[in-house]
Design a protein around this ligand. Structure first.
Ligand code: AQP
Length: 352
């Protein structure tokens, strides 16, 4: 007779995600992450949401210490401006909850080098100068696993680029459960990757991801860009000379056109087929101004609210501080239990 399968995780559901405090947020972060966070928060009766500002992750590449605090507030302001409500979602800076770094160390000893060697994001970010990258950049996905599992989070809304890291998190959770004979102790978290814009591409190159670190500001729409800048960036976006096709199959070998159509679909909350029903057969001379108008209309309330929050850093700090206390209250007992499972000395009275 074969072994019965191990019992699955039976604890409560929790949503968790984060954004690095490494610079201005762009449309890709908004559509791929922020808007998804808000949708999950607003689900009636949905699980509690933990949304952090990833400052520990940010320092895997150099960050100016004089700017990091403000960058942290900027991400928190973007969370609030996008519609996250601190009464319903726990918003906090990663470094204010020591459990993340503690669990990351334990997971460094669970994860295997071969697993990390396969991570494509490290290869992309370290480029030709792997030896000069920080060790933190290499072990970044292990810290990400700790971020998630310190809360026993079950659902993780992210963009497509984070899918591989989520698979690693599941591998680490599974190996921990196996190694320590605790089947089902950690959940195997599910990525939540949904919608037409899970991978927004650069406006200058339809094959490259829209990214904070792209040298060209024309490649991305920043959440803080004003209406004229947004319109100018869309006008200058790289395209091809053909009119838009009538159906989505016609976008297959046209990455730039596909990207702009996906952005329109996500902003208008319709599918790509509907965008092509409206604009199929029309040139970019018609489509780009319509896209610019939509982008300005959708982003204006977010950028205006962001400016209001940034003008009141004390309010943002209050949210972060209260969030850190709530996050600690959940993560610390979980990581304390992990330490006991690993066999660390717990002082007298723990029976160990
Ligand atoms: N282009 C994108 N399309 C859809 N989603 C995206 N995300 C990032 N870029 C896109 C999602 O945003 C969340 C936060 O990302 P992050 O700041 O933590 O890290 P990142 O993925 O490294 O973002 P960038 O902009 O590419 O930063 P740099 O240039 O610093 O590396 C994640 O859920 C991510 O999937």
């Amino acid at each position: 007779m074969s072994d019965p399968s191990p019992p699955p995780y039976a604890g409560p559901e929790r949503v968790l995600s984060g954004i690095q405090a490494s610079g201005a947020l762009h449309l890709g972060n908004y559509l791929g992450a922020l808007r998804r966070f808000v949708a999950l928060q607003n689900q009636a009766g949905g699980p509690p949401c933990f949304l952090f500002v990833a400052d520990l992750h940010a320092i895997t590449v150099w960050q100016d210490p004089a700017r990091l605090k403000d960058q942290t507030r900027e991400i928190a302001a973007a969370y609030l401006a996008s519609g996250l409500d601190p009464a319903r979602s726990t918003i906090f800076p990663q470094s204010a909850v020591p459990a993340h770094a503690e669990l990351a160390w334990i997971f460094n000893c669970v994860a295997r080098l071969g697993w990390l060697d396969r991570m494509t994001q490290f290869k992309e970010k370290s480029g030709k100068h792997k030896e000069r990258s920080s060790v933190g950049l290499y072990t970044y996905p292990v810290l990400q696993a700790a971020d998630i599992l310190a809360y026993k989070a079950t659902h993780v809304p992210v963009g497509e680029d984070q899918k591989q890291h989520l698979e690693l998190t599941r591998d680490i959770a599974q190996k921990f459960n196996n190694d320590f004979g605790r089947p089902g102790w950690f959940p195997l978290p599910e990525p939540v990757i949904q919608g037409p814009a899970t991978r927004v591409m650069s406006l200058r190159d339809g094959l490259a991801k829209m990214s904070k670190s792209d040298a060209s500001d024309l490649s991305r729409i920043n959440l803080t860009d004003d209406a004229d800048t947004i319109a100018a960036k869309i006008r200058k976006a790289r395209t091809d000379p053909e009119p838009l096709p009538e159906t989505a199959e016609g976008l297959e070998s046209r990455p730039e056109a596909r990207n702009l159509v996906a952005i329109y679909a996500a902003l208008a909350d319709i599918d790509r087929a509907e965008v092509l029903r409206r604009f199929g057969g029309q040139g970019f001379g018609v489509f780009k101004p319509a896209l610019a108008e939509l982008a300005v209309e959708q982003l204006r309330p977010v950028s205006e609210a962001m400016r209001r929050y940034l003008a009141d850093p004390a309010e943002v700090d209050r949210v972060l501080k209260a969030g850190a206390l709530r996050a600690r209250a959940v993560a610390e007992p979980i990581v304390d239990e992990v330490k006991a499972i690993v066999g660390f000395w717990r002082g007298s009275g723990d029976g160990g």
